[in-house]
Write a protein that binds this ligand. Structure first.
Ligand SMILES: [Zn+2]
Length: 439
């Protein structure tokens, strides 16, 4: 029979089309081992034949099973039983090596269920092969540990995950399966060059803070500026709503457009009508007017020219709160007091997690496309797959060479540094629905 199988040491002897799958009968024709590889004794004796069924790459769109009759040998001295093998067979799974390769080539573009149906393997086997491959891809890449790290959370596949961003390079550094303190601590503890991280920008989330303080004692924390403002705005809004409820419906309409923006900001161009309205509200509703001024002052704390000025602006803000308003403002003041150092570190490192926000759209696309994939595959496809790897790698040269025929930029030894997938790359792939596609 013609060797249509093309598997080393495996000879086909028959074939049957079962309709939903193709069954190929074959025998292992490898030569018997010379001696026992456990005790070195020779010779080995025939110990019966066995049939092993391996899955192989599909033929004409049908899954293929190869039933291989295999001679076994036994060592009389130590009792070891040896089964003939083949370099074409995977030693971890009952699949041919080329089928494993076939799954690896497709696991980023096809869901596990589709792949399992296509090749006739159990879902978990396909999942296992894909995840091993994801881990293998990860081993090939060594990302430079960021100097400025942004740590935020995003919902991926129905769970909150910690997302780590290189804020200097605007690239995705990692996505962790969850965001618990234990997992983060373990992650930072095992992170290569963790001393390189000078700053971490986080929200006011305790697990982040505790994990960083414990595992990265030399790293300084900055509480994200926008997070502080958002948290404060949620609380400050209560007073604004309360005071607005006292307004006549006519005045509420008059006020609406001014209340939406920051109507007191000096840099905003105001019409005469605007100014009249503001004047009117100021004189008719002094409490509301004052509340708006206080809120506005809080929001401009981060605009101070330096740390000292910022800290003073906060203190002045606190001191200026009228007694009647205290119950509304105390939670905000308390929040800032509790995180004082980390919040005002912003003035020493004026960086925000703004670019992590851009990841929101990416993750939405990922959640939409990602049904049927595992977290590991989504993570690997956004970090280690070819497009991602190439776009996140910067090549430079040492510049030291005597060969002056080349441009300076390509002189000397090549240095390749990977920083993780640029967020702009992820954004454009997400826009084109190519986030989980072929390279
Ligand atoms: Zn032996």
């Amino acid at each position: 029979m013609h060797d249509f199988l093309q598997l080393t040491q495996i000879r086909p002897i028959g074939m049957r089309d079962d309709g939903d799958k193709i069954l190929i009968f074959a025998e292992n024709i490898a030569s018997p081992p010379d001696r026992c590889d456990k005790c070195g004794n020779a010779p080995l004796y025939r110990h019966g034949k066995r049939q092993y069924t391996y899955a192989d790459t599909p033929i004409h769109g049908k899954p293929v099973k190869v039933e291989i009759e295999t001679q076994r040998y036994r060592c009389k001295a130590c009792g070891t039983v040896v089964t003939l093998s083949s370099p074409s067979l995977d030693d971890k799974r009952v699949a041919t090596r080329r089928l494993v390769q076939y799954i690896q080539d497709r696991c980023f573009g096809t869901t596990f269920t589709q792949l399992a149906n296509e090749v006739g393997l159990a879902l978990n086997t396909v999942k296992g092969i894909s995840q091993d491959y994801a881990a293998h891809l990860e081993d090939q890449v060594e990302l430079e540990t960021p100097r400025l790290l942004g740590l935020d959370e995003l919902h991926i596949l129905g769970k909150p995950r910690a997302v780590l961003v290189n804020l200097e390079m605007r690239s995705l550094f990692d996505i962790l399966e969850s965001r618990t303190k234990a997992l983060l601590a373990d992650y930072f503890n095992n992170l290569k060059d963790r001393d390189r991280i000078e700053w971490v920008v986080i929200d006011m989330l305790e697990p982040y803070e505790l994990a960083i303080r414990k595992q990265l004692p030399n790293t300084r924390i900055v509480i994200d500026r926008f997070h502080v403002v958002n948290e404060a705005a949620k609380k400050l809004d209560e007073l604004r709503r309360h005071l607005r409820s006292k307004l006549s419906s006519e005045d509420r309409i008059r006020l609406r457009k001014h209340l939406q923006g920051s109507w007191l900001r000096n840099d905003e161009i105001k019409t005469r009508k605007d100014l009249e309205d503001i004047e009117y509200i100021g004189s008719h509703y002094p409490e509301l007017s004052m509340a708006l001024t206080i809120n506005e002052k809080f929001f401009s704390i981060h605009n101070a020219s330096n740390r000292e000025a910022g800290e003073k602006a906060f203190q002045d803000w606190k001191d200026a709160i009228p007694k009647d308003f205290r119950k509304y403002y105390e939670p905000v003041a308390g929040m800032v007091d509790r995180h004082h150092g980390d919040i005002f570190n912003y003035f020493d490192c004026p960086v925000t997690n703004g670019c992590t926000e851009a990841m929101n759209d990416v993750m939405k696309a990922m959640n939409r496309l990602g049904r049927g994939y595992s977290f590991e595959i989504l993570r690997a496809s956004s970090l280690f797959y070819r497009v991602m790897r190439e776009s996140g790698t910067i090549v430079t040269h040492t510049g030291e060479t005597k060969d002056i025929s080349k441009p300076v930029s390509t002189m000397g030894d090549r240095i390749e540094k990977s920083y993780g997938t640029p967020i702009s790359t992820l954004e454009s792939l997400a826009e084109n629905d190519e986030l989980i596609r072929k390279s």
